[in-house]
Design a protein. Structure first.
Length: 760
C-alpha cells in the first residue's frame, strides 16, 4: 500500500510540474495522518487540511483553490488517547474522536467529534465544525454591477482573514461558491492546460483550517504557497487605459489617440468594447462598416505605443454568419443543419477547435489580451456546478501562457472564486456614477487583498448615470485621483452621449485630471516594485490598515483609506467641494509608530492622531512614511513600454535610516520568476543632512541597461541644499513651491555603487 501511495505521489507531482510554477498537489507522506475515514495533513504550524470521506477516498489532485500541498513538513506530534487522536504543532492542537463522522452543519456539540484549539493574544480560542466566523474580514464578490452605495457589501464572500484568529477554506465538492458554482479537481490536460475533473468523492469534506491569529500577512504568504502565486502583469498594464462602451469607428479611435498625444497625456492601452464585432451580445467577426481594416487599425495603435484588448461575451457560441463558422462546425463534427456551435469550454474538443480557429486568428491580427465580460448563466449547462467565470479565466489565461510565450499572460475578467488570483486582472463591473460609490471602492479594493485578488480594475468615473445628468467633472476628477492609487487606471462608462470620458474635454478640470494621470505614471516604478512584492509574499498592492495595525480598532473602522504598497497611505476624497471654502473635507487616521509626510500640503504630520484636512480640487490625499524612499519614473514619461534607464529616487523628510530595494525585469516576458535584478537604496539622515547610498545592481535579465541615470529628489526642504558625489559637487535644483530639491547624478554603470552626501 505504501509503495502504491509513493507511486501516486510521484505521478501527480510530475503532472503538476507542468503548471506555470512547480506545484505538487500531493503532500509529503510525513505530513499526513489518517484515522479511518478521516485524514489530516499538517501543511504549516498554523494550517491543517481536514478531510473526511465515508468511502475512504481522499482527494490528492489539485483543486480550483489549492494546487500545491508539497510543503516542508512542519514539526508536530500525534498520539491516540482515550479514543481521540491529538495532533499538536507549536500553534494548534487538533482533537478528533476516532471513528467520528464530520459534518459541515455541526454546531457546538460537534466539538466533541473535532476541535482545534489555539491562542489569540494570550486567550484560548476553540474552533469546531459549523462555528460561525462572525468576525471574518471578508474577501470580494464577483461583480459590482448595479452598485449604488455600499449595497454590494453584503454580497462580499468570506476571506482568509478574521479577527477571530481563524478561518476555513472550504474545498468540499458540494460547497457553493459566491456565484453558485462548486470546486472541482484538475486531472489530465488538453493542449497543455490542466483540465477539470470530477471529485473522487462528491460527498467528501475538504477543509483547510487556518489559525494565524492576527498575523495577517503571514496567513496570506502561506496561502499562496498552497494556492499559487499572484502572477506579475506586464508593466504597461499599470498605465492609463482608455475605454468606453461606444460604437467607435476606426477614425474615431484614431482621433482619441491623436487627442491624447496632442495633450501630452501618457497612455498605454486602448480597449475595443463589444461594438468591434457584428451581431449582438456575442460576436467574433469584425464590423467592417465601423472598422474596415482591423489589422491596419491595430498596427496603427501599436505604432503609437498602445496595446489593444477586445471585449468578449462568449456565452452564445458561434452563429452561422460568423467568420470560421463552417470550419468550426466541421471540426466539431456537426451536421450542415446546425446553425450555432454552442459555447462549451469544458469540452476539450471545443476548446481546441475554438481557439485554433477563432481566438488565434484574432490574436494573430494583433490583439494583445482579452476582456472576458461573462454576464450570462453563471454555471455550465454541461458540467453541473462548474463556474463559467472561473473556467473561462483558467482556460484563456493558460492558453496565452502556453501559446504566446513572448507575452506575459493576462486577461481582464470577473472574480470566479478562490483561485482566481492566479489569473489577473479583475474587472469589477458596472457601477452607478455617485459619490457614495466612489467612497465604497477603497474598502472594496483593499479588502479583496484578503483573498489575494490584488488587481481589481474599476470603471474610473463610474459606469452609468440615473436620469439625464451629464458628467460631473468634479466627481470625475476625484475618481481619477482615486485611480492613481488603485491597481488599474482604466476610464470607462456605458454607451451614453451625456457621459464623457475624454477628460481633455473638461476645460476647467482638465489640468487636475492630467495631473492625476501624470502622478500615476510617476509612481509606476514603485507600483511595479509592489507587484513583485505581491508575487513573492501574497500581500497585494492595496492593503487594509489592519495588516500593519491588527490590534488597533481604528485599523478596522477607517475604511476609506489603505496602504498603497509599503510606504504610502492613500485616502479618497469622496465628497464635493464646499461652496464657500472651495475645499472638500477628508478625515484621515495617521497611525502611531511613524510620522507622515502630507504630499498635498507639504507638511510632516505626527502619527497617532486623526486629522481633518481640506483639499482643493487639485489636491490628492496621500501620505508617505517619514524618511521613506519612493522610486519614481523620469519626468514627462508618456508610455510604460518605452525603455528607460532613468529613475528618480524620492526621499520623504525624516531623520534616521531607511532602506528600499528597487526591482527590475524585462517588463513583458514570462522569465521574471528567475530573471530579474534589484538595487538596494539606503538613506541615513540627521537634522543637518543625509547620505544616500545606491548599491551596485544585483542579478540580471535580458535587455538590461548597463548604465543608470539617477536623480535624487528630497522632499520637505525649506531651502536649497548642497550635494557631493565622491567629493565632487552635484547639480542641485530647488523648488520653493513644492519644497523639493532635485540632485542630478552623472550617468554611470549600474554595477558601480554611489554615495551622495547632502547638506541642508
Amino acid at each position: 500500500m505504501k509503495r502504491l501511495q509513493l507511486l501516486l505521489f510521484m505521478f501527480l507531482g510530475c503532472t503538476a510540474s507542468l503548471w506555470a510554477q512547480p506545484n505538487h498537489p500531493v503532500a509529503h507522506p510525513d505530513a499526513v495522518v489518517t484515522a479511518g475515514k478521516a485524514r489530516f495533513t499538517v501543511l504549516t504550524p498554523e494550517m491543517i487540511r481536514i478531510q473526511y470521506s465515508e468511502k475512504g477516498l481522499f482527494e490528492d489532485r489539485a483543486t480550483f483553490a489549492v494546487v500545491n500541498r508539497r510543503l516542508p513538513v512542519p514539526q508536530f506530534t500525534q498520539e491516540q488517547k482515550d479514543g481521540y487522536l491529538y495532533i499538536k504543532t507549536n500553534a494548534l492542537t487538533l482533537k478528533y474522536k476516532i471513528g467520528g463522522k464530520l459534518n459541515a452543519n455541526a454546531n457546538e456539540s460537534g466539538a466533541d467529534v473535532l476541535s482545534i484549539s489555539m491562542q489569540l493574544n494570550g486567550r484560548p480560542v476553540l474552533w469546531y465544525p459549523g462555528k460561525d466566523d462572525l468576525l471574518n474580514l471578508k474577501g470580494t464578490t464577483r461583480t459590482l454591477d448595479g452598485q449604488i452605495g455600499d449595497n454590494k457589501r453584503q454580497e462580499m464572500e468570506n476571506g482568509l482573514l478574521s479577527r477571530a484568529g481563524w478561518s476555513v477554506i472550504d474545498e468540499s465538492p458540494l460547497t457553493r461558491r459566491g456565484d453558485g458554482s462548486t470546486t472541482f479537481a484538475f486531472e489530465g490536460q488538453q493542449d497543455g492546460i490542466e483540465w477539470v475533473a470530477e471529485p473522487v468523492d462528491k460527498q467528501a469534506i475538504d477543509w483547510y483550517f487556518m489559525g494565524y491569529g492576527h498575523e495577517y500577512k503571514k496567513a496570506l504568504g502561506d496561502f499562496i504557497k498552497i494556492a499559487g502565486r499572484m502572477p506579475m502583469p506586464p508593466l504597461y498594464v499599470l498605465g492609463y487605459w482608455y475605454s468606453k462602451y461606444q460604437r467607435y469607428t476606426s477614425d474615431e479611435f484614431m482621433e482619441i489617440v491623436n487627442d491624447v498625444k496632442r495633450n501630452q497625456i501618457p497612455m498605454d492601452v486602448m480597449i475595443f468594447d463589444m461594438d468591434w464585432h457584428t451581431q449582438g451580445w456575442t460576436g467574433w467577426t469584425w464590423d467592417s462598416t465601423a472598422i474596415p481594416d482591423p489589422v491596419g487599425l491595430i498596427n496603427w495603435m501599436h505604432d503609437n505605443g498602445l496595446k489593444v484588448s477586445l471585449n468578449l461575451h462568449p456565452a452564445d457560441g458561434v452563429d452561422d454568419d460568423e467568420d470560421f463558422f463552417q470550419e468550426l462546425r466541421s471540426d466539431m463534427g456537426l451536421g450542415s443543419d446546425v446553425k450555432v456551435v454552442p459555447w462549451n469550454l469544458s469540452d476539450k474538443k471545443f476548446y481546441h477547435n475554438m481557439f485554433n480557429r477563432i481566438i488565434r486568428a484574432r490574436e494573430q491580427q494583433g490583439v494583445d489580451f482579452w476582456w472576458l465580460d461573462w454576464q450570462q448563466n453563471l454555471t455550465s449547462k454541461y458540467v453541473d456546478g462548474l463556474g463559467e467565470t472561473f473556467w473561462c479565466n483558467h482556460v484563456f489565461y493558460n492558453d496565452m501562457r502556453l501559446n504566446r510565450p513572448n507575452h506575459r499572460p493576462l486577461i481582464f475578467h470577473r472574480w470566479g472564486g478562490l483561485g482566481s488570483h492566479r489569473y489577473p486582472l479583475g474587472f469589477s463591473g458596472d457601477t452607478h456614477i455617485r459619490w457614495e460609490v466612489l467612497g465604497f471602492l477603497p474598502y472594496f479594493t483593499a479588502t479583496a487583498s484578503n483573498v489575494g485578488y490584488g488587481y481589481w480594475g474599476h470603471d474610473l468615473g463610474g459606469h452609468m448615470q440615473r436620469g439625464q445628468i451629464p458628467t460631473d467633472p468634479e466627481l470625475y476628477t476625484r475618481w481619477l485621483q482615486y485611480g492613481v492609487f488603485s491597481p488599474l487606471f482604466k476610464t470607462h462608462c456605458t454607451s451614453s452621449a451625456i457621459i464623457e470620458r475624454r477628460f481633455w474635454a473638461f476645460e476647467d478640470h482638465y489640468e487636475y485630471m492630467r495631473d492625476a494621470v501624470e502622478l500615476r505614471y510617476a509612481l509606476s516604478p514603485y507600483i511595479y516594485d509592489m507587484a513583485r512584492e505581491a508575487y513573492d509574499t501574497g500581500v497585494s498592492l492595496c492593503r487594509p490598515m489592519y495588516y500593519e495595525y491588527p490590534e488597533d480598532e481604528k485599523a478596522y473602522t477607517w475604511k476609506e483609506q489603505y496602504f498603497f504598497g509599503d510606504n504610502i497611505l492613500a485616502a479618497t476624497v469622496c465628497e464635493p467641494l464646499d461652496s464657500l471654502s472651495g475645499k472638500a473635507n477628508r478625515s484621515v487616521w495617521l497611525p502611531a509608530g511613524n510620522d507622515w509626510y502630507d504630499m498635498a500640503h507639504k507638511q510632516t504630520l505626527k502619527g497617532g492622531q486623526t486629522r481633518n484636512l481640506q483639499y482643493t480640487i487639485g489636491e490628492i490625499a496621500w501620505f508617505v512614511k517619514a524618511g521613506a524612499i519612493i522610486p519614481l519614473a523620469a519626468e514627462g514619461i508618456q508610455n510604460l513600454q518605452e525603455k528607460s534607464n532613468a529613475l528618480r529616487i524620492y526621499i520623504a523628510p525624516g531623520t534616521g535610516k531607511s532602506t528600499y530595494t528597487h526591482y527590475e525585469d524585462d517588463e513583458v516576458s514570462q522569465a521574471y520568476p528567475d530573471s530579474y535584478a534589484t538595487t538596494l537604496i539606503t538613506k541615513s539622515a540627521t537634522g543637518s543632512g543625509c547620505t544616500v547610498d545606491i548599491a551596485a545592481r544585483q542579478g540580471s535579465y535580458k535587455g538590461m541597461a548597463a548604465d543608470r541615470d539617477l536623480t535624487i529628489v528630497l522632499g520637505g526642504l525649506s531651502h536649497k541644499p548642497s550635494a557631493t558625489l565622491g567629493g565632487a559637487a552635484l547639480e542641485c535644483k530647488w523648488d520653493a513651491e513644492t519644497k523639493e530639491a532635485s540632485i542630478k547624478l552623472p550617468v554611470q554603470s549600474a554595477n558601480t555603487p554611489a554615495r551622495v552626501t547632502v547638506k541642508y
